[in-house]
Design a protein around this ligand. Structure first.
Ligand SMILES: Nc1ncnc2c1ncn2[C@@H]1O[C@H](COP(=O)(O)OP(=O)(O)OP(=O)(O)O)[C@@H](O)[C@H]1O
Length: 338
């Protein structure tokens, strides 16, 4: 790169875009462009969960904490995905918003057609009872201690809008306990069950009203790795057999690598995403899981680079960009050596 023409994002490619733009478009061209923009489907139109530039600011004692700083996330119906991120990155804040327990400061959040910003108190209650189910890390938070497993599972059905008769409730409670392989616990109270059994019953409770989305915040955080595996298998069963869309916040690397999609949150924004797919060797039939990491590009063109990449190359403040035919090159700031 010896000429200033070819350096950086305002180099040749941007130049050619400019020259295309300077060929004074006709009124018809402008009208067509406006129509194309108008007809373009809205962001997340086909997603079950849409978070669009979501912001949540907490103010305590005059100090503001920006827990979510313009977070974008789309989750399709039927997905089973994991959210990971360092402590304080905003995962629980996001889950509380999606669960309808907290309201965002700005941005947009929609789940199964419900607008989480404008929803009134009555709709919010209905949303929490029917549209979302949640499983928390603390087993004690998920179940009522004085009810048996079957009674705990039946309770949300009694509170739900589409109330079933007592018999139908008991039948569904047992079906769910069987699906999650804890039918033997039906008449036991939480203190008579292991931590893993309690979490599986908790999943059954969360599924009682057949929600569109199941949210789980560190559901295996208090369990050993073997039990955690069983809990994860229970989520997979719910996803595959009932078609429930599931979002799991986890620190557990094993869980994070079990799902097809893992989204990382950093500083209140989605930063990277790992997608996994199974490849089958045509000759041996042997299956391997191939994982590929992607960075998230928001609609303003902002990209958050993984810290380990920028630190490895000492990138700070300013980087050099170059548009190539099939990729964009990013280099450490070299302006002082020129
Ligand atoms: N109610 C609140 N009041 C003030 N600040 C809050 C509140 N809830 C969260 N925060 C702050 O918002 C930021 C994000 O917190 P959050 O709990 O969402 O992170 P997290 O990724 O879930 O962390 P962890 O993995 O430790 O649970 C943190 O700086 C936290 O201190």
């Amino acid at each position: 790169m010896t000429t200033t023409d070819s350096v950086g994002p305002t180099g040749s490619a941007a130049g050619s875009a400019d020259s295309a733009g300077s060929a004074s478009p006709s009124f018809a061209d402008l009208a067509q462009r406006a129509a194309d923009r108008r007809d373009r489907p809205a962001y997340g139109h086909d997603a079950l969960i849409t978070c669009d530039r979501l912001v949540r600011i907490f103010s305590t004692d005059g100090v503001e904490v920006q827990a979510l700083q313009g977070l974008d996330l789309l989750v399709r119906e039927g997905e089973l995905m994991a959210l990971v991120g360092a402590s304080g990155s905003g995962k629980s804040t996001l889950m509380n918003i999606l669960a309808g327990l907290d309201t965002p400061t700005a941005g947009a959040a929609r789940v199964a057609g419900h607008d989480l910003l404008t929803m009134g108190a009555k709709d919010r209650l209905g949303y929490r009872r029917e549209t979302v189910g949640f499983v928390w890390q603390q087993t004690a938070r998920n179940l009522l201690p004085y009810l048996t497993a079957a009674q705990n599972v039946a309770l949300p059905m009694q509170l739900g809008v589409s109330r079933k008769g007592r018999r139908a409730q008991a039948r569904r409670a047992l079906e769910l306990l069987e699906l999650l392989e804890v039918a033997e616990c039906r008449d036991r109270r939480p203190f008579q069950m292991s931590g893993g059994q309690q979490q599986r019953v908790a999943i059954a409770v969360a599924l009682a009203n057949d929600p569109s989305v199941l949210l789980a915040d560190e559901p295996t955080g208090e369990l050993d790795s073997h039990t955690a595996e069983q809990i994860f298998a229970a989520f997979r069963t719910a996803n595959e057999r009932l078609g429930t869309t599931i979002v799991i916040v986890t620190h557990d690397q094993a869980v994070a690598t079990e799902v097809r999609r893992t989204v990382a949150i950093r500083d209140g924004r989605t930063s990277t995403e790992v997608l996994r797919r199974t490849e089958v060797d045509a000759t041996t039939g042997h299956e391997t899981v191939v994982a590929r990491e992607y960075a998230m590009l928001d609609r303003a063109g902002r990209l958050q680079l993984p810290a380990e990449y920028t630190e490895a190359l000492g990138m700070r403040d300013r980087v050099a960009l170059e548009l190539e035919p099939d990729h964009i090159g990013i280099w450490p700031d070299d302006s002082e050596h020129r």
